[in-house]
Ligand binder design. Structure first.
Ligand code: FEO
Ligand code: CA
Ligand code: CA
Length: 647
């Protein structure tokens, strides 16, 4: 049965649009489908809907995968559930030592670790993650590195007395609890362990020196008193989702960076477009670290909002902010290779009514010389997506001098476009989406791309954009997964066709709250990643406040599902502890070990916990013996050692 959803009555017959037909026909032809599918497809091309055509395209024979587990029910338990025949193991929780030689402070359950100790331990709120086999260049599935994002802090849990009596030491500890961990891990035969000590173990925090590269390097808007050349910035923060390059580097993405800044003076156009307000979102850093006070350090905010490249194989390497990829609230950076080996990076800007971007490198990836690839992400073309009502789409180029991006319109250079990317995208007429989160490319068809649009409670509200074909629901609580097929089977092209793969919803939801999913339902898809065998994994982040609403209580805790896109049935594989979000996903090359992250167990409707009652909602993972709930990386194995998720 099809999960391909006709979005609304405005979906037109493909035959009425020559441009679309040409793209799709050419695309299908190249897949060899016309021959294989014969008359029925020919009929489709002549008169089918876009969805039917995409469905036909998807009928291409692929690896004979089938799901090999019994789906789980919804859960409100304070544990991680996986199907019968699978086991989990907590590997690396907030506060666990990262494994730097000679410096491995233990976690203190009363949260009394110092900032210096926190900088040598797992940060808070694990998010995106990638596995790199060791040694570099191998495909080892029993020893490797995990690079793990630590997105943000719950200062109620981070300090013994929470947010009270804020001071510079609390700012320092919070800054040490965000960023990235690189840990060495190995399969001992009796389970996985963090290798301690390891020469490759490191923490990158909000104070780690990072280089600035690409078009915005050295631009006047990137210069500060501490960095008069605009080439070096301290730290990365709010590291959400991620990417991984074929040359063995990790891409960490700065998402809600604006929440850390305060501007208690007149707001600039940049402040308004990126959501910087008079006060920060409750982090209080600007009270003691004046980098985050825009009145005192006006340009510091330009130095966040980037994709940052890290070489995990060199603990002394300097992370690099790649400004050619634009400055937005970057969710992730999904990288694929075009047929000519140019690098294509897909990126969501996760805020209501923001955009989907892609970057195409100028030079091809060089598989023979690792270091030759280290500046690939500095030179190329940035695009933003427009999803048209007829299920075609176009990548709009964000290049200085093109599409109205000229000095007359406020863009004097490519650096201006890279720094003010959202405003450039506004000007070229990109489609305002329902919060683009993760993007995943099919491993066997890298031109077939999926993106989670997690929700948008303001869609269709008075004064806000209304629905469109790609974002078809008002007050969209539960989100959707959109997918597109790049023209010419080439991720580097500028035209595509798209459809809606699934609409999230609650089991009791009606109208715009109703799911349109074959199999198990879910809400607010967020994490999204293909295993190399073609199995697609979906992680959810239904907000605690939504789950607390009576009508949606039946959805249980956040969860992870698997789907084989060509077959279409979603099946619930994992449910998390109370108050958590499931995020971050990585596999060993043999797909026999999966790593996922449990983020913010115990979160209530408030983002900062009451330090007097830290276990009010969740005591995961330490249980009664623990002091506070902790985000953590979890290992998932099949008890018989088989490939995860499949029969
Ligand atoms: Fe950090 Fe959009 O999730
Ligand atoms: Ca996310
Ligand atoms: Ca989310």
């Amino acid at each position: 049965m099809s999960r391909l959803i006709k979005t609304d009555d405005s979906v037109v017959n493909a035959s009425s649009n020559p441009a679309f037909s040409a793209i799709l026909e050419a695309s299908l032809d190249r897949r060899g489908l016309l021959k294989g599918l014969g008359a029925s497809l020919a009929l489709g091309l002549a008169g089918g809907t876009v969805s039917q055509l995409a469905q036909a395209a998807n009928a291409a024979p692929t690896a004979p995968l089938s799901l090999g587990f019994t789906g789980l029910p919804f859960s409100t338990d304070d544990v991680v559930h996986v199907p019968a025949g699978y086991s989990t193991q907590v590997l690396y929780a907030w506060g666990d030592p990262v494994g730097v030689p000679g410096k491995q402070p233990a976690f203190k359950q009363d949260a009394s670790n110092s900032a210096e100790e926190q900088a040598l331990q797992a940060g808070m709120h694990h998010d995106g993650m990638a596995y790199f086999p060791l040694p570099f260049g191998s495909a080892h599935s029993k020893r490797g590195l995990l690079a793990i994002n630590h997105e943000y802090t719950d200062d109620g849990l981070l300090h013994p007395d929470g947010m009270a009596h804020w001071n510079d030491k609390k700012t320092a500890k919070a800054q040490a609890a965000v960023g990235v961990s690189v840990i060495e891990v190995e399969d001992t035969g009796k389970g996985w362990r963090v290798v301690r000590p390891s020469a490759l173990a490191r923490r990158i925090t909000a104070t780690t020196p990072c280089a600035i590269s690409g078009p915005a390097k050295g631009h006047a808007l990137m210069k500060t008193q501490d960095d008069p050349k605009g080439v070096r910035v301290l730290g990365t923060l709010n590291n959400c989702a991620n990417g991984q390059t074929p040359w063995g580097t990790y891409l960490t993405c700065e998402e809600n960076w604006s929440d850390y800044f305060a501007n208690n003076g007149e707001l600039s156009a940049d402040d308004k477009r990126y959501g910087i307000k008079a006060t920060d979102a409750g982090y209080k850093w600007s009270e003691t670290d004046f980098r985050f006070d825009r009145q005192i350090t006006p340009n510091e905010a330009h130095r966040f909002g980037w994709v940052v490249e890290i070489d995990p194989f060199d603990a002394k390497s300097t992370p690099v902010k790649r400004t050619a990829l634009g400055r937005v609230k970057h969710e992730g950076a999904m990288l694929v290779l075009a047929p000519d080996n140019r690098v294509v990076v897909y990126m969501g800007d996760d805020q209501r009514f923001e955009y989907i971007y892609k970057f195409v490198s100028s030079k091809p990836y060089n598989p023979k010389n690792r270091k030759a690839n280290f500046d690939l992400l500095d030179h190329g073309t940035l695009y933003v997506a427009r999803f048209d009502q007829d299920n075609t789409g176009r990548w709009l180029e964000l290049t200085h001098g093109k599409n109205g991006l000229t000095a007359a319109n406020g863009f004097a250079s490519q650096a201006d476009i890279c720094i003010h990317t959202r405003r450039a995208a506004d000007l070229v007429g990109a489609t305002k989406m329902d919060r683009p989160e993760w993007i995943a490319a099919h491993p066997h068809k890298p031109y077939e791309i999926y993106c989670t649009l997690t929700n948008n409670s303001e869609r269709g509200k008075e004064g806000k954009p209304g629905v469109d074909a790609a974002n078809p629901r008002v007050d969209n609580s539960f989100g959707q997964i959109i997918r597109w097929f790049e023209g010419d089977n080439n991720p580097a092209t500028t035209e595509f066709v798209w459809d809606l793969f699934a609409l999230g919803g609650s089991p009791t939801g009606k109208g715009d709250k109703k799911a349109s999913v074959q199999g198990d339902t879910f809400g607010s898809p967020d994490g999204l990643k293909f295993a190399s065998n073609g199995l697609l994994w979906v992680q959810t982040d239904v907000s605690t406040s939504t789950l607390n609403e009576k009508d949606y209580a039946g959805m249980g805790n956040n969860q992870m599902l698997a789907v084989i896109p060509e077959r279409g049935e979603f099946r619930r594989f994992l449910t998390g502890p109370r108050g958590c979000e499931i995020t971050g996903i990585a596999f060993t090359p043999d797909n026999r070990t999966m790593f996922i992250n449990i983020q913010h167990p115990g979160e209530t409707s408030s983002e900062r916990s009451d330090p007097a009652a830290p276990k009010a909602v969740s005591a995961w993972p330490d249980g009664a013996a623990g002091g506070r709930p902790r985000s953590a990386t979890v290992v998932i194995r099949r008890d018989d050692g088989g490939v995860i998720g499949v029969a």
